[in-house]
Ligand binder design. Structure first.
Ligand code: IPM
Ligand code: MG
Length: 397
């Protein structure tokens, strides 16, 4: 019995290796980055997702359309709402992204996506792979870029989380070898590490940041994390003007709480799972995951989203209209910057800071005693029209 189980597991492992080697070949043949300046129209897909997703996505879309009014009129950008990435539809097709939905997604260039429910064992849904994880893999969105800023405390972090490998690459492809033995896989490739670490160094170089921090657990997870770290150190040699340091994820998690130490971190590059965990912790200093946006960037496609979940309880309690759209609007700002409007992205970020952190004429509580998402979006658009926006923002810094 057990040798049969072992043979079956070996077969599974063999198939997994073939798949991953094919992925390496695809990365080697990688295409060039999209040139948004030459592109017309730039197609922006809006995906509502589950729970509060459609509510906050609609508000982010309003703000985005407001900022791209001229481009929409002239045909430079086009908006498309993509239906069907709901847990009900995914359960019906027993797929993380139903085929027809994926086909629509692939017709866009960039996506603004609301949170989607991630099934797990025991849920009323089939235990399909997370739609997020599937989309990152399907569209090869290898860089998960997550900024966290708390100016008052000197925090200005940019996380470059690897988004297609590590523990996530085969997160839904582990094996129950026997009733007692479960094995998952973690995957690190040369190409996959190179492209995310290089993105971090390039970002640092472009933005005049003089330090990149590599975060791993290479002392224990020697093969995969060891590879990530080694590649990071090699790439660092190509950027002599940028200092590189490396931390283990456990102590790094502690140091983010250390007020003296944490302001020294600037740009961080890290494998998938560590990046998942550390960015939630980091966002907490800024006001929680509800305030953070997240960019998932590949060469051909890019997807922008909130880093929080779909809050189904808010919908069940009829409170969805009071959900905070700030993180989705922050994601929209990152989208603007990605498609070639960095100045407008900056304005939107300033308006978000003014409305959410400083002036706070309206406050979101998630309940009827607070503002609705629509009211907050209105407030942000009003603030955007203020000619003295930048001066006002500066006065708060
Ligand atoms: C994130 C989320 C996702 C992840 C979940 C929803 C699958 O936590 O974007 O950080 O683990 O990557
Ligand atoms: Mg996460």
């Amino acid at each position: 019995m057990s040798s049969e189980a072992v043979e079956k597991a070996k077969e599974h492992f063999g198939a997994v290796l073939e798949q991953q080697l094919a992925r390496v070949d695809r990365m080697k043949a990688a295409e060039d980055w999209l040139d948004f300046e030459a592109l017309r129209p730039i197609i922006i897909g809006i995906i509502g997702g589950d729970g509060i997703g459609p509510y906050i996505a609609a508000q982010a879309q309003r703000v985005l359309e407001f900022m791209l009014e001229d481009e929409q009129k002239s045909g430079k950008v086009e908006f498309r709402v993509i239906e069907g990435l709901t847990i009900e539809n995914r359960a019906k097709h027993n797929k993380p992204i139903p085929g027809d939905v994926l086909a629509e997604i692939k017709k866009c260039h960039v996506l603004l996506k609301g949170p989607t429910t991630t099934p797990r064992r025991g849920d009323p849904w089939p235990n399909v792979e997370s739609a997020n994880v599937a989309m990152r893999k399907e569209l090869d969105l290898f860089a998960n870029v997550r900024p966290v800023k708390v100016p008052k405390e000197g925090i200005d972090w940019m996380f470059f989380r690897e988004n297609t490998e590590g523990a996530y690459a085969l997160g839904s492809n582990g094996v129950d070898v026997t009733e007692d033995l479960a094995v998952d896989f973690t995957v690190t490739t040369t190409q996959g590490s190179d492209r995310i670490i290089r993105a971090a160094f390039e970002y640092a170089k472009k933005n005049g940041v003089n330090k990149v921090t590599l975060v791993t657990k290479a002392n224990v997870v020697k093969t995969t994390d060891g590879k990530f770290l080694k590649i990071g150190q090699e790439i660092a040699r190509e950027y002599p003007e940028i200092e590189v340091d490396d931390w283990y994820i456990d102590i790094m998690t502690a140091k983010l709480v250390d007020q003296k130490r944490r302001t020294q971190f600037k740009v961080m590059a890290l494998p998938n799972l560590y990046g998942d965990i550390l960015t939630d912790e980091a966002a907490e200093f800024q006001g929680g995951v509800g305030t953070a946006g997240s960019a998932n960037i590949g060469k051909r496609y890019a997807m922008f989203e909130a880093i929080h979940g779909s809050a189904p309880r808010m919908v069940r309690e009829n409170r969805a209209q009071y959900a905070d759209p700030s993180s989705m609007i922050r994601a929209a700002a990152m989208l603007l910057s990605h498609i070639g409007f960095p100045d407008r992205a900056k304005m939107l970020e300033m308006a978000l800071d003014i409305c959410g952190q400083h002036e706070r004429k309206l406050a979101i509580t998630g309940r009827s005693d607070g503002a609705t998402g629509q009211e907050l979006a209105d407030y942000i658009m009003e603030t955007l029209q203020d000619k003295k926006l930048e001066a006002k923002w500066k006065s708060y810094q």
